[in-house]
Design a protein around this ligand. Structure first.
Ligand code: FES
Ligand code: FES
Length: 158
């Protein structure tokens, strides 16, 4: 089938098997390797993408389910900024990544959180990333990085 969807702000029409996994379509067919695969069965969050502004696991999403949707991968999160997304900058500044393998999925999950809750508590941030595993154990610094972005946004508005 031809799957048509918006990918990082651009229209995509691509021939694929309807049951091809979205992560394979994105990484192998479309060359967007920022989305990572770790467990491949819904347990780690590394493969998170935004579909219609909500976080989805691309290892459990089929190509046909992207039809007509708006998809954003880690490559597209800074579409509207000049350079890195503020969350990415904060991760770097706060030392919130070690190997970085979980980072794209973490950033996507936190963008989803901040879309619906611009001023989350530390516990709410913790809950939002509860499906995202970090084998390097960078959780505390990840929470610090998100809190810094939230604080900076609030300060800019005041
Ligand atoms: S690779 Fe998709 S949840 Fe782990
Ligand atoms: S920084 Fe290595 S898995 Fe999270």
């Amino acid at each position: 089938m031809i799957v048509s969807f918006e990918l990082n702000g651009k229209e995509v029409h691509i021939e694929t098997a309807p049951d091809r996994r979205a992560i394979d379509l994105l990484r192998e067919d479309l060359g967007l390797t920022g989305t990572k695969e770790s467990c491949g069965n819904g347990d780690c969050g590394a493969c998170s993408i935004l579909v219609d502004d909500k976080v989805r696991l691309s290892c459990l999403t089929l190509a046909a389910q992207l039809q007509g949707r708006k998809v954003v991968t880690i490559e597209g999160v800074c579409m509207e900024t000049d350079g890195l997304h503020p969350l990415q900058e904060s991760f770097v500044e706060s030392g919130a990544l070690q190997c970085g393998y979980c980072t794209p999925g973490m950033i996507i999950a936190i963008i989803d959180l901040l879309n619906s809750n611009p001023n989350p508590s530390r516990n709410e941030i913790r809950e939002a990333i509860s499906g995202n595993l970090c084998r390097c154990g960078a959780y505390q610094k990840i929470l610090d990085a998100v809190e810094k972005v939230v604080r900076d946004r609030i300060e800019r508005k005041s």
